[in-house]
Design a protein around this ligand. Sequence first.
Ligand SMILES: [Zn+2]
Length: 501
Amino acid sequence: MHQSKKPFYKLLKPLREKFPDLNIFENSVVSDDGRHFFMIRDGLETFLMVHSSEQTEFSGENISIGNLKLLKCRLIRENANVLRELFPFTKPVLAGKRNSYGLGDRLGNAGGAHLKAISGTGFFPVLAQQSIRELERTGRTAEDVLDAASWAVFREGYHGGFGADGDHLKTTADIDLIVNAGFTMFTIDPSDYVVNEAAGMEDAELQHHFKNLPWDQLQDQPEDFLYRTVGVTFSLNAGFSISPSRKEIYTGMVKYGRVISHTKKMANYLRDTYPGHPAELELSVDETDQPTTLFEHLLIVSELKRLGVELVSLAPRFCGDFEKGVDFRGDLCQFREEYRQHLAIAKKYGGYKLSIHSGSDKFSVYEVIGSINEGTVHVKTAGTSYLEALRTVAEANPTLFRQILVFSNNRFEEDKKSYHISARPENIPDLKSLKNMELKNLLDHDDTRQVLHVAYGSVLHGQGEVSVAFKKQLMETLTENEELYESNLKQHFERHLMPFV
Ligand SMILES: [Zn+2]
């Protein structure tokens, strides 16, 4: 498509004269054979404007400004579909095995700032990223998430390609939902098939479970498996090797055998049901009770490789604590040593990326990974962008921020249940003693961050009219203070990204 911005500025002139307050997103302007497309903010809503003598597929309202005739289109699903057809750069593409960054955006308004923050870092942005759990908690659909990313890309005039990650998919129905929405990255979460108890089993019990693994689905026999693993030293590069004991082999296979067969089943389903759909697979075992041992990692990927499942990334559960919304807690030296060995395994079995889940605010971990400077990485963040939204609210609408914090605090006992966090709400400073201008400092306070973080679902969607009111006010505040919001997001992501650059 021929694209040129210059001639269009003539057309913008009457628009600007008539509506001096109209916010035109200049990076969005696309001119093509006499047709012009651009985005504006009118009041609190963003629109796509089309100037064309011929009819387009977009639907909207015809408006005239002087003798300038324009179609003013709401950012609805139908228009997003037309946008992706007409402008392929607004469609997600595969990330492949290059460094990439997941920029989950639970509110659907952070994409522009995310793109600005990531530009020049060398990371491929995965702009649309939401887990099934997040979709349920925010009351959004996978289509909503992708549409927000496509509009952000168009608004910023960004042509560099972006990814769309359906995170933590547990069933084939989840795959259907994510394919139908147009996503291209599929993060398989087989955690329901992990047998955590294996670690505490006696030999006889282990043997029993081992024998009863779904060997036909694994296209394997117990004897063959043991022949391949017992007494074997797996040598990796960088001088590392792994020599698992018999006990480790049985325990590892009992714990992860069904994870392997389930992952194979999910991968086959995706390939066979949607043969033409561009797709890449991540496997996430980050939500298990215990850290993934090096042998367990090797076992999972070597068996998947044997079964023909190719991964673009794998998320082990690393040592230490990756709690939501705060920095890593644990032994960084141990993390460094294990990370290097996980990398050596990844290198040997396909060169996939190591994926860091719960990646929000793990600054010290990024220093370590950045300093190792080997292999490739994928980082997933989401909650931290919600917290930057709240930092903006704390600055711009203190009354709303106080209400959200009190509400989140009241929800804490309930909302923390599905998370691994250690926040203590009693450590949150007394709100009454804080001046409005001090509120934003609460976003640098770990206990407050976690209390706010885990309540996002209740604030945005979970509590009927209360949530509807919160979400409306939150979105309005962020739109009215977009510059502040973008600068908060940008600054915060620079902290995430700098250690890698
Ligand atoms: Zn995860």
